[in-house]
Write a protein that binds this ligand. Structure first.
Ligand code: FNR
Length: 341
């Protein structure tokens, strides 16, 4: 199957099947504070993300590129939404465009639509330093995401089977590329053991991208005869991954995986994330409803965040980490077994 066809398949599957209902964010509840001593005028939604310099607490996570006219149109739309709402945007993996120059326009349209915006390049951990530099240059990126997708590759019939040397390649890229590097998962989560290893590199941020949202094992199993169904329940739930990674990481922590609305974003920040990425949920609105409804959705999300932060007396996203909350159900159980009080 061609890469282009596979990318369109991913979008279709992500829209129809590849979303899970339970993210465990519902197991978190803030303790109401009746004397918050602040007002909406005091609330700042600007995250503290160091070298990444994000301006919005949410960003459009890596999805599309390559694949031709349809993905170019989708990327152009997402780029305009990012521009209008001040969000950063990551493009999908650029490996295909490094191999086939005719695909580059589908990524470069993002820079064309948003010349001043924060745009992130994207490659897998199989990439070399030279490929990383080329990907950044291709879209004049402000940052580079390197994705880890072992489960997706193993589930893909034609996927990679050898993952040796990924850490060394990431380390080399982070040392030498001239933009901040983000290491991200693709819906199976980053553990504290992995985050500890990444502390020894020069990367700027970890995007935990846990399970509970787009499920690439489910997506790829749709295309397999003999299903690897055990991978469909694999992975670290996003809120648990945020707690795990924040407990050891010296890097900026980004949250993604199943984040859909302001309640998820505010809970992610309260658990230790500095900002949150949305892929599947933005894709759904973009494809099913279009550009204007997506802009309205993001502006409503900002508004909702402001309202909830006012109620909690949290003037900044960092202040949210001091808000008392109750964790119950499966998430509480998971965190206890993982050694958290
Ligand atoms: C993705 N994702 C992804 N990630 C990445 O690093 N490079 C890529 O090329 C892609 N491609 C891609 C295509 C489609 C259609 C979707 C929905 C997702 C993964 C994405 O960035 C994110 O990590 C996961 O989807 C989890 O977030 P959501 O979708 O649950 O918000």
């Amino acid at each position: 199957m061609s890469r282009a066809k596979r990318k369109m398949d991913h979008i279709q599957f992500a829209l129809s099947t590849g979303q899970q209902a339970d993210t465990m964010f519902d197991d978190i509840r803030f303790v109401h504070q009746a004397l918050p001593n602040t007002g909406v005028q005091n609330i700042s939604l600007k995250p503290e993300t160091g070298d990444l310099k994000l301006k919005s607490p949410v960003f459009i996570n890596a999805m599309t590129g390559g694949g031709g006219a349809d993905t170019e149109k989708l990327n152009a739309m997402l780029a305009r939404v990012a521009k209008e709402t001040g969000m950063a945007m990551a493009v999908g993996s650029q490996m295909s465009a490094l191999k086939d120059k005719s695909e580059r326009a589908t990524y470069q349209v993002v820079r064309k639509e948003n010349p001043e915006g924060i745009i992130m390049a994207n490659l897998g951990s199989e990439a070399s330093l030279q490929q990383a530099n080329e990907a950044v240059e291709m879209i004049e990126a402000n940052a580079l995401q390197i994705h880890l997708n072992v489960i997706q590759e193993l589930t893909m019939p034609e996927g990679d089977r050898d993952f040796t040397g990924a850490f060394e390649r990431i380390n080399e890229i982070a040392e030498n590329v001239n933009v901040p590097v983000i290491v991200k998962e693709t819906g199976f989560g980053i553990s504290r053991e992995t985050a500890e290893k990444l502390n020894d590199t020069n990367i700027a941020a970890i995007d935990v991208s846990g399970c509970g949202g787009t499920n690439f094992a489910q997506v790829e199993n749709e295309r397999r005869q003999r299903k690897l169904s055990f991978f469909q329940d694999w992975g670290i739930p996003t809120p648990a991954a945020i707690v795990d990674v924040s407990s050891v990481s010296r890097k900026t922590v980004l949250a993604s995986g199943g984040i859909k609305h302001a309640q998820d974003v505010i809970k992610a920040c309260a658990l230790g994330a500095d900002a949150a990425g949305l892929a599947g949920s933005f894709l759904k609105t973009a494809v099913k409803q279009g550009e204007k409804p997506l802009i309205e959705e993001v502006m409503a999300l900002y508004d909702d965040l402001t309202m909830m932060m006012t109620a909690l007396g949290a003037k900044t996203l960092k202040d949210l980490t001091h808000c008392p909350l109750i964790i119950s159900g499966d998430l509480a159980h998971y965190l206890t077994l993982r050694g958290f009080d």
